[in-house]
Design a protein around this ligand. Sequence first.
Ligand SMILES: NC(=O)c1ccc[n+]([C@@H]2O[C@H](COP(=O)([O-])OP(=O)(O)OC[C@H]3O[C@@H](n4cnc5c(N)ncnc54)[C@H](O)[C@@H]3O)[C@@H](O)[C@H]2O)c1
Ligand SMILES: N[C@@H](CCC(=O)O)C(=O)O
Length: 452
Amino acid sequence: MAKNEVLSRITKRNPNQPEFIQSVEEVYDSVKPVLDKHSIYRDLKIFERMTEPERLISFRVNWVDDNNEIQVNRGYRVQMNSSLGPFKGGLRFHPSVNYSILKFLAFEQTFKNALTGMPLGSGKGGSDFNPKGKSKDEIMRFCQAFMNELFRHLGQFTDIPAGDIGVGGREIGYLFGQYKKLQNEFTGVITGKNVKWGGSWVRIEATGFGLIYFACNMLGEKNDSLKGKRCLVSGAGNVAQHAIEKIIEMGGTPVTASDSSGFIYDEEGIDEKKLKVIMDIKNKRRGRIKEYIDEFPNAEYHETSKNDDYNELWNIPADCAFPCATQNEINDKDVKNLIDNKIQLIAEGANMPVTSEGQELLRGSGVMYAPGKASNAGGVAVSSIEMTQNRMGESWTREKVNKQLMKIMNTIHKDCLEAAKEYNIKDSIYLDGANIAGFIRVGDAMVEQGIV
Ligand SMILES: NC(=O)c1ccc[n+]([C@@H]2O[C@H](COP(=O)([O-])OP(=O)(O)OC[C@H]3O[C@@H](n4cnc5c(N)ncnc54)[C@H](O)[C@@H]3O)[C@@H](O)[C@H]2O)c1
Ligand SMILES: N[C@@H](CCC(=O)O)C(=O)O
């Protein structure tokens, strides 16, 4: 069947969902040679079935703010694919959340979770609730109201959420507390829990650490390392903070961090002490990244303007770039700037941070480029390790989990290269390799499990 027939049917079935269609088109382009070679995937409509969530849940979330006013938000859970295990994926609280965003994230999660090699299905959920400026009590009341409905769809063998944008350790605590009260059981139904009550060591750091382990593997292919490399990082949340931490540990120099208002550029480099300040601003004060220059006046702050057609952050000369904020934060102009400035490597901490046009420019550019579904898979991999510990009633050491994370990232790297080699992919080997390896793992399970 021609590419356009499959994609146009999927596009027609999902109107006004640009992010979802973007993620579907990216994977289709990569896996086309697999579909061409193996008729079983075409005959059983494996690709089309992968794009249709097994279940879509949408619900009302009523809660009362500090002014005693009733607020109404929308809650969602996309239960995407359970071929490899129970539905698994994070929750995002952000005003932009809608079906398009959550379906793209859930679709990405299908391949990412498969790449980890762990028994994980895929899902994603969240709400259009905006945590910015909310009091701690409001956050707690919202999380409780959200869980009042979501709990009936969860279970340690059914669906296990975790964090994502706007959902960190504090929110996971409130969500888990309410689940436990409603269900009257203490099970590993959410990951990212505090290590003091059922969480795993290294889960907080896992996505950022895993990203840098993956990048080190990529550089290792060229007998190179992160040592002495200047690194651009976007975001200042969970993924960005721990990516910065690991870059420093590996001898690199992170020079930027950002939030939705702007970015800081510290030419002298962000060291451990400065990273602690970023963590304090974001995790304790819940402030803005521009507060960084109050403490380090040698650094620059640049406001982001919605009217700019490129982001000055990606125009700073550097060796490596780690987008760790959000989807489509790097467009084609940004990619052009990165290439003109001779960037060597781009590895995604965020999900789908490079636009389709940007990806097109990266193909054949010589820049090593890793898609998030491979390079940011460390978070969900350690979530799976947390689930294992919960089911076994065990608590592994920090060293054991970190070692396991490193091993998983090495294996994902190897699997991407092997898949690319098998299909004779020369450009964008990580992008196509990740999509192909993930597709085959999920696709084969779907074939074997019949038409369900
Ligand atoms: N948390 C995880 O384990 C995990 C795992 C894999 C991928 N991801 C992805 O990583 C990205 C970041 O997630 P996180 O968990 O760090 O979330 P977070 O809420 O901890 O941090 C998000 C950061 O991005 C910034 N941001 C949001 N929108 C922005 C914008 N438009 N421009 C610039 N900055 C913006 C926020 O200010 C914040 O600093 C997301 O794409 C998420 O899907 C997260
Ligand atoms: N939201 C994260 C983590 C998912 C999880 O741990 O379940 C991701 O995009 O992979």
